[in-house]
Design a protein around this ligand. Structure first.
Ligand code: ATR
Length: 268
């Protein structure tokens, strides 16, 4: 469920898992207008659905349409996955899991020490990522063009979070173990991030939540100077795992074959 939703790669992702696991199921897109989303969600079971995903702009409104919200989704203030448990419609947020699982798989040891992370951006994607980083013991500085939004997010999460504006970045990079972009800058059609990586330690990891293109200017610059760089496709693939398992009863795998399939779809 989204509005618009045509761009979603989720049917390809879940369609692949249904096929390789031999499950007779289907994952379809529903373009639902904001006024209709609560009614659509409440009718999911009656319409034969095992659950679903909720994307922009419904992730917050959906909280009010389910019987129960999982603690993680409540803490983030947004949900992205719905499923049934004992006849109740439950809402959860698998973006945190997707983010952490992607780094675990693509940058093993990234959280070996409870280091310092700099998160660029203070929107919806930043919320799940900051929450995940705090859970893994990082202290997090949220850097945003509109510093008030960074301050609001840091105030929301409290202990372990700080806020800053873009101009603070050069001073923050030397103490940074993990640099993360959650803004849309660097995405195809948007300008690149206006930052230089000078001062960032060579053993720091750089993660970009953007996945179109896979190699953003930020990741290319990070790789060129020897930093480990992780693109946003892994997060997209991994966030689908817990939902699929709840709907169909089998835990699917994020494999190189799946990644290649979705990569080809991003290019075409
Ligand atoms: P999402 O839910 O995908 O995170 P969002 O809530 O619209 O999207 O957040 C977009 C983020 O990208 C914000 O942090 C935004 O900064 P502002 O809060 O100052 O708007 C950031 N962003 C978008 N365009 C930007 C630009 N040209 N320069 C700097 N930051 C930008």
């Amino acid at each position: 469920m989204g509005h618009p939703v045509r761009h979603s790669r989720s049917p390809k992702l879940h369609g692949h898992w249904l096929r390789v696991l031999g499950i007779a199921g289907e994952y379809t897109l529903a373009d639902v207008r904001p006024d209709d989303v609560a009614a659509f969600i409440r009718a999911l079971g009656a319409n034969g659905y095992a659950g679903g995903n909720v994307t922009v702009p419904h992730k917050v409104a959906a909280l009010g349409a389910v019987d129960r919200v999982e603690p993680e989704a409540a803490a983030i203030g947004a949900l992205n996955t719905l499923w049934f448990e004992d006849g109740q419609l439950v809402g959860g947020n698998t973006d945190v899991y997707g983010f952490l699982a992607s780094l675990d798989q693509d940058a093993p040891g990234w959280d070996a020490r409870h280091g310092r992370a700099v998160v660029l951006g203070a929107g919806g994607a930043a919320r799940a990522i900051v929450y995940g980083l705090l859970r893994r013991g990082f202290s997090v500085t949220i850097v945003n063009r509109t510093v008030e939004k960074a301050e609001a997010l840091a105030g929301y999460f409290g202990r372990g979070t700080m806020a800053a504006g873009w101009s603070a970045l050069p001073a923050l990079l030397p103490g940074c173990d993990l640099l993360i972009n959650t803004t849309s800058l660097g995405m195809t059609g948007s300008p690149p991030l206006p930052i230089a990586l000078d001062g960032l330690p060579r053993d720091a990891t750089v993660f970009d939540a953007v996945y179109v293109p896979l190699e953003t200017p930020l990741l290319a610059a990070a790789r060129a100077r020897g930093n480990r760089a992780v693109d946003g496709l892994g997060m997209l693939l991994h966030q689908g795992v817990p939902g699929f398992e709840r709907w169909f009863g089998v835990r699917p795998a994020v494999t190189p074959e799946l990644r290649a399939l979705i990569e080809a779809d991003l290019i075409s």
